[in-house]
Design a protein around this ligand. Structure first.
Ligand SMILES: *[C@@H]1O[C@H](CO)[C@@H](O)[C@H](O)[C@H]1NC(C)=O
Ligand SMILES: *[C@@H]1O[C@H](CO)[C@@H](O)[C@H](O)[C@H]1NC(C)=O
Length: 384
């Protein structure tokens, strides 16, 4: 009898946890290929620049100038510190930062998209992930998953010249598994670490952390002028995209919980929990449009994404060998949705026109939006 009550007690403690995991897995299950339901609540779309860019993880908009800044890394095929792909000996390509002038539809493609020249920055170890742009000070923050260790690179961007001058490399014990950055101005940032267990240390434990929903990810506050005052302000499972919803509320995506956490930011940059919402897809990155709506992109069916990250290690474009060519394919669905406190969640895209969506942004006044694809070629540009 004693043993039985211990089991019951354990079950009672575990029940909320098991239910939570059940909900997370049912999101994946309901998006399995046989049950997948497409959504197309956009006017039209087009995949631009497929021959010039691929594996773009992040897009940030400077709506004032009508420019999008993209972070793309073909090297992700062989080197992905989040998903645990490590083939440094096959790594031949560096990542790059691009500028897309989306406000002038008349421009020829070669002029509309420019690769930014990085000045004062000699490296063959550049693997950009999340980026953030502070327009007032022209500061560009870039999470660099360098082989020598993950850091945050800081550049000064000159958009008209399409150059970015490197200012400094930020290393810090709290920059552990950096993913996304949100700039608060004046050198102050919030950023997320996606995992406690780095895939570089143990790919298996890192995956267990993901699937068990262990809150090993974190949100860190850091002032680049006073790095020693940096602090961890919250922990959550697989912390990913981060964006301020308005002047006081912070939204942070959790890719493994399948949801978004909300916090109120105190004057000391501490966080007070304001609850969370579940999403019908794993959420990758977040942005906020000029109407104050949260725009999300993510991965409805995580197993497809994991398969790509595994296959890509063997991908050789235009290879004679069919297997090597097949390893370059991209079949993971994309998903984009918006959220507001009065409107709730509205999915506006779900489908296969574009693969492995990681970020969605929207310029409401120009009626244009973009979705980036972690493992796809080009950029999906849509009309709203
Ligand atoms: C996600 O988007 C935000 C802008 O909303 C950006 O600052 C951040 O670095 C991005 N992260 C990734 C991993 O793309
Ligand atoms: C920020 O957004 C939240 C959620 O919509 C809302 O409850 C809060 O009042 C907003 N705060 C401000 C200062 O607008």
């Amino acid at each position: 009898m004693a043993r039985r009550s211990i089991y019951l007690l354990l079950l009672a403690f575990a029940a909320p946890y098991l239910y939570d995991r059940y909900l997370a897995f049912s999101v994946i299950l309901s998006n399995r290929p046989a049950a997948f339901q497409r959504k197309y609540n956009i006017k039209s779309h087009e995949v631009k620049f497929p021959t010039r860019i691929r594996n773009c993880e992040d897009v940030v908009l400077d709506e004032g100038m009508g420019l999008a800044i993209l972070s793309c890394d073909p090297g992700r095929d062989k080197w992905n510190t989040v998903m645990g792909t490590f083939y440094p000996e096959r790594l031949t390509e560096n990542g790059g930062i691009y500028l897309y002038d989306y406000a002038n539809p008349g421009l020829p493609d070669e002029e509309a998209l420019k690769r930014i020249t990085l000045k004062n920055f000699e490296t063959d170890d550049f693997h950009p992930l999340g980026i953030e742009y502070e327009a007032d000070t022209s500061t560009l923050y870039v999470v660099n998953h360098a082989q020598s260790g993950s850091v945050i690179e800081i550049f000064s961007l000159a958009p008209t010249a399409a150059t970015a001058t490197h200012i400094r490399t930020l290393k810090h014990p709290l920059i552990h598994t950096p993913n996304s950055i949100h700039a608060l101005g004046d050198g102050k940032i919030f950023f997320t670490n996606d995992h406690f267990m780095r895939a570089a240390v143990s790919p298996l434990l890192s995956k267990i952390e993901t699937f068990a929903g262990i809150p090993g990810g974190s949100i860190v506050y850091l002032d680049i002028n006073k790095p020693d005052t940096a602090k961890t302000v919250a922990r959550l499972p697989f912390a990913n995209g981060i964006a301020m919803l308005n002047s006081t509320w912070l939204a942070v995506a959790s890719s493994s919980k399948a949801g978004v956490y909300f916090f109120e930011v105190t004057p000391e940059y501490d966080l007070k929990s304001k609850g969370y919402i579940r999403t019908p897809s794993g959420v990758d990155n977040l942005s906020v449009d000029s109407k104050g709506k949260l725009v999300m992109a993510g991965h409805p069916f995580a197993p497809a994404l994991m398969k790509i990250s595994k296959d890509r290690a063997n991908c050789v474009h235009e290879s004679e060998n069919e297997e090597e060519r097949k390893a370059c394919e991209c079949g993971a669905p994309s998903w984009a949705a918006e959220w507001s406190s009065d409107g709730g969640i509205k999915e506006f895209y779900k489908g296969f026109h574009f693969c492995s969506s990681s970020m969605a942004v929207r310029d409401v006044s120009r009626g244009i939006g973009m979705v980036s694809g972690l493992y796809d070629k080009g950029l999906m540009v849509f009309r709203v």
